[in-house]
Design a protein around this ligand. Structure first.
Ligand SMILES: [Fe+2]
Length: 176
């Protein structure tokens, strides 16, 4: 049984995950517009992963008979000065998401809601990966700032990223 406050935070988290998806879709489209197809692909995968996070939370809430209530999605920027700026913004945003998830985990633990506390463990691990990915890419783009050949190669590498559905998502609920 999920309490009112945790339900409220989970609903806010669904909104934050969908906003993340919207932010990464915007970055992907900005990159497409600038012919950076690898970067565009990388953020497109990121967009799909964020939607997946929202779906995992929805499924979890459904399983616990907690009411999912969708909230308005606030606007996102449409353009970035450079790829480096995109990854810096992405990292800053992921760090905020990490704080929100920690807040849910702390409240769940305080309320003896161990099911939600357990569910948050996956998100906590996921956030460590998300932040590390952004940090690595910031480092790579900083190192290649004056080297166009290296940036071209980086873009080619980012084009290889593929979306893979999480095992925590019940595919039969979403694909028919
Ligand atoms: Fe996420």
């Amino acid at each position: 049984m999920i309490g009112k406050q945790v339900t409220n935070l989970l609903n806010k988290q669904i909104n934050a995950e969908i906003w993340s998806a919207y932010l990464y879709l915007s970055m992907s489209l900005d990159a497409t517009f600038k012919n950076l197809n690898g970067v565009a692909n990388w953020f497109r995968v990121q967009w799909q992963e964020e939607l997946e996070h929202a779906k995992i939370l929805q499924e979890y809430m459904n399983s616990q008979d907690a009411k999912v209530e969708l909230q308005p999605i606030k606007e996102v920027p449409n353009t970035w000065a450079s790829v480096l700026e995109m990854f810096k913004d992405a990292l800053e945003h992921e760090m905020e998401v990490t704080c929100r998830i920690h807040e849910i985990a702390m409240l769940a633990q305080k309320e003896y809601d161990y099911a939600t506390f357990s569910r948050m463990q996956w998100f906590i691990d996921e956030q460590v990966e998300e932040e590390q990915l952004c940090k690595d890419l910031i480092h790579l783009y900083k190192m290649s700032s004056d080297n166009h050949a290296l940036q071209y190669q980086l873009d080619k590498d980012l084009a290889k990223r593929k979306y893979k559905m999480s095992e925590h998502l019940h595919a039969e609920h979403w694909i028919s």
